[in-house]
Design a protein around this ligand. Structure first.
Ligand code: 26M
Length: 789
């Protein structure tokens, strides 16, 4: 990359766009100028990669979510130009870090599923795999979170406010999307995905909805201004916002529209491209294209594909279905019932009657296949795609798809043995496991440059950045005092940096000499932030009783967004904030423990928190967390896992050793045994410590104004509400084991050398969790594609 030409480009850009020199530009303007300059340097390579891919089979990843985070720093790291650009800016008297901090996160996703898609994009490009992403260009991404009066308040996310230098609008590749009541344009915005090393640049294509005509001139001339813009607004609504997972009835129609918009645009794009290259005989389609459906959100791609082949290309339904059965594969990310999509049949009929008809035909083909196998009607009922007026998206994906995968070993076993057991009996050969992974570029090279340098120094090269299994060699330093001390000093540096950041963003001071105990993830009952909070409250009481209790100073750090309509999740945030306040008001406790709930947890916040963590809390109810990926990021940054045997924790501990982690609590089998005669009240009655904690929810301790705001949580744990059983996630059953294990953490943390050894063993054994490994498995075991040379 040419230093001089970047400078010249930035000067020219600032003059052309802002009418000023770089010297007078604002930080946001510098960000835009620099990003555009980098784009100018990569477009040729991007073009070359695209061309090379056309000569072989490609995989297409369709996902409603991509939680990308910031682009600038990551792209500089992947181009291996970070230090050079930093120097270049210094010559202009500009601090690169400040420029990076200006960038808004592209938060086009809710949580794990969206971030996984982003990590997969990075790994595909790094591994030189011909993979293209398809998604939606939401104008507003995931809401911004702030706290007012101790509660979460949501604000609109305007991530495009400084422009979007990291995408190219491809007007010429526009397609039309037909709904029964409207026809709209889908315009692609292509985002470059720069592989590490910079040689290969893949594409993430995000669709934006636009009206066929800007406004109705006749209405405008008749002074009906609002009406003139109505069609435009209704169209733009389609990609206006990212839906939180829990949105209810009123948002449903729009959300279904959004899903169809995504898949219709993507499938049309693939078919058009296929026809250009191979003509219109679709027998070979599966030889050139594999399509991965990221959860059920894009499953309408299946009937849309069949519709195009039948209605537009004149194929028979049977033939089109046969082709579809070789093209699509489906990933399942959760077994939570409330998350399994079932759409009202009447909604589908209303929005796209032809697609609904095709789904009926798919269902009929499934039934015929089962009849031929001799299945009884009763049994067939378990497989139906359309049942009781609902369309079961997962059923359609498993029937038509040639592969279905879970995202961690335990999760895949649960799918096969319980949740999807009947499907497993029918198609055992379709079931696969693909344990999730994370990209080491963003989560270590970018987020923890200090640790990266140490690793490169000790391993003698930076090859580990593309082959994370090489980290294994670090185990030989487990008795090396110099390495152990440097690990500790790096952790301390990252903790100081986080403390500064929290001071700046939250106005709260935390002590970098305390143990940073971290739980960061979406807020959900099954993830049990409430159990962690109950432990902290118990510790508060213990410290009040005995200020000399022998524990290290601890800072409990939480980061989590609650779905806006998820009342109970919001109460948990409120409760944790209240516990933090209570501790701050109690002199004999506040110098020992502190609780910080950071606002607006996001990818960029995660990049600061994760490298600073001493302990990684992964305490979901066994069987509920499909995989988790935050657990892997924390492991890679040297935090031992404090967790249950759930999701990928099982594999993390198998890699790094039980002795280097803190595993506690009920396992899947225990929970299955306990389920039918679980009575949480018994634990409450028999354990004074638990009783003291739960009573504090309602006796005014946490709620001095006595509003009763925590009574719902109390009752959910002890008596059950709205026909639910009490304590559905077994917090009370796991409390004692949690407490014993956390006390063990405190004991272990006294021996700092030992702790550094545990930390090292976690880093050294995290190689298995690179998304490079995961994506190579998808490539060879599902898609049948290989890297380009
Ligand atoms: C639905 C309704 C109400 C509340 C929550 C939901 C809901 C919960 C989970 C909807 C979707 C959910 O799953 C999507 C998801 O993000 N799953 C996560 O995917 C990650 C990547 O595979 C895994 O690591 C996580 O374990 C899994 O939770």
């Amino acid at each position: 990359m040419e230093k001089q030409s970047i400078k010249e480009y930035m000067e020219m850009y600032c003059k052309m766009t802002y009418g000023k020199t770089v010297k007078h530009a604002t930080t946001a303007e510098v960000w835009s100028a620099l990003s555009t300059a980098i784009m100018s340097q990569i477009v040729d390579r991007w073009y070359v990669t695209n061309k090379a891919y056309k000569s072989q089979k490609m995989a297409f990843y369709i996902s409603a979510e991509y939680l990308m985070g910031r682009a600038l720093g990551n792209n500089l790291i992947n181009l291996q130009e970070y230090d050079q650009v930093k120097d270049l800016l210094k010559e202009l008297n500009i601090n690169l870090n400040e420029v990076e901090e200006m960038e808004e996160d592209a938060a086009l996703g809710n949580g794990g599923l969206g971030r996984l898609a982003a990590c997969f994009m990075d790994s595909s490009a790094t591994m030189h795999l011909p993979v293209q992403g398809y998604g939606l260009r939401y104008r507003n991404g995931l809401f911004k979170q702030c706290f007012k009066n101790g509660e979460q308040v949501e604000e609109a996310d305007e991530w495009l406010k400084y422009g979007d230098p990291w995408s190219i609008r491809k007007e010429a590749d526009m397609v039309y999307i037909n709904f029964s009541d409207m026809k709209v344009k889908a315009i692609p915005y292509d985002v470059p995905i720069i592989g590490f090393g910079g040689a290969t640049i893949n594409t993430l294509r995000l669709w934006q909805a636009e009206p066929l005509c800007e406004f109705d001139f006749n209405l405008y001339n008749n002074q009906q201004y609002d009406k003139a813009l109505e069609q435009k607004n209704r169209t733009e609504d389609i990609t206006r916002v990212l839906y939180p997972n829990d949105s209810t009835e009123q948002g449903k129609l729009l959300r279904l529209r959004q899903q169809y918009f995504l898949v219709s645009a993507s499938v049309q794009d693939m078919v058009r491209d296929f026809k250009r290259r191979h003509g219109n005989v679709f027998d070979d389609f599966a030889k050139w294209h594999a399509v991965q459906l990221n959860d059920t959100h894009p499953v309408l791609a299946i009937p849309e594909f069949i519709r195009i082949l039948v209605d537009e290309e004149g194929e028979s339904f049977e033939k089109a279905l046969g082709t579809a059965r070789k093209v699509f594969a489906y990933t399942n990310h959760t077994i939570l019932q409330e998350a399994l999509e079932k759409w009202d049949a009447y909604l589908m009929q209303k929005l796209f009657p032809r697609i609904y008809q095709i789904i009926e035909q798919i269902d009929a083909a499934l039934v015929q296949e089962l009849r031929e196998k001799g299945y009884s009607d009763d049994r067939i009922n378990m497989y139906h795609i359309i049942k009781e007026g609902k369309v079961h998206m997962a059923h359609m994906a498993i029937y038509v798809g040639f592969a279905i995968n879970g995202v961690a070993k335990l999760h895949t076993e649960i799918l096969k043995n319980t949740e999807l057991h009947h499907w497993y009996e029918l198609y055992p050969y379709k079931f696969q496991n693909k344990t999730n992974g994370i990209t080491p570029r963003r989560w270590l090279v970018l987020a923890n440059q200090e640790l990266s340098s140490l690793i490169t120094e000790k391993l003698g090269s930076n090859e580990w950045m593309m082959d994370l299994s090489l980290l294994k060699q670090l185990t030989k330093f487990v008795e090396d005092d110099e390495v152990l001390e440097r690990l500790q000093s790096i952790k301390y540096t990252k903790k100081c940096q986080l403390a500064e950041c929290i001071k700046a963003r939250e106005g709260i001071e935390i002590d970098p000499n305390s143990l940073f105990d971290v739980q960061v993830k979406r807020l959900h009952e099954y993830k049990r932030q409430l159990l962690n909070a109950m432990y902290i409250l118990d510790l508060y009481f213990r410290l009040k009783e005995n200020p000399n209790l022998d524990i290290p100073k601890v800072t409990f750090i939480f980061g989590a967004k609650a779905f806006p309509g998820y009342y109970r999740a919001k109460s948990v945030i409120k409760l944790i904030l209240a516990i933090g306040d209570l501790i701050n008001r109690t002199p004999e406790v506040k110098d020992k423990i502190q609780v910080v709930f950071v606002t607006n947890y996001s990818v960029s916040y995660a990049e600061r928190i994760i490298p600073a963590a001493d302990l990684s809390k992964q305490i979901s109810t066994a069987g509920k967390e499909a995989s988790g990926t935050g657990n892997m990021k924390l492991m890679l940054n040297g935090a031992p896992t404090f967790g249950t045997y759930d999701g990928a924790n099982v594999e993390i501990v198998a890699e790094s050793g039980e002795e280097n982690n803190f595993i506690f609590g009920l396992r899947v089998e225990d929970i299955n045994n306990l389920r039918n005669n679980y009575n949480p009240k018994e634990y409450y009655d028999k354990s004074p410590d638990l009783k003291r904690v739960l009573d504090a929810f309602i006796d005014g301790t946490l709620d001095p104004a006595n509003t009763g705001c925590f009574r719902d949580l109390y009752e959910a744990l002890l008596v059950g509400k709205n026909w639910e059983r009490p304590d559905q996630y077994y917090l009370l059953a796991d409390f004692k084991a949690f407490k014993a294990m956390q006390d063990k953490v405190f004991e272990c943390y006294k021996d700092r050398r030992k702790w550094a050894q545990m930390s090292l063993m976690n880093i050294a054994n995290s190689g298995a969790f690179s998304s490079d490994r995961t994506i190579m498995q998808y490539a060879s075991e599902i898609w049948g594609i290989s890297p380009i040379s």
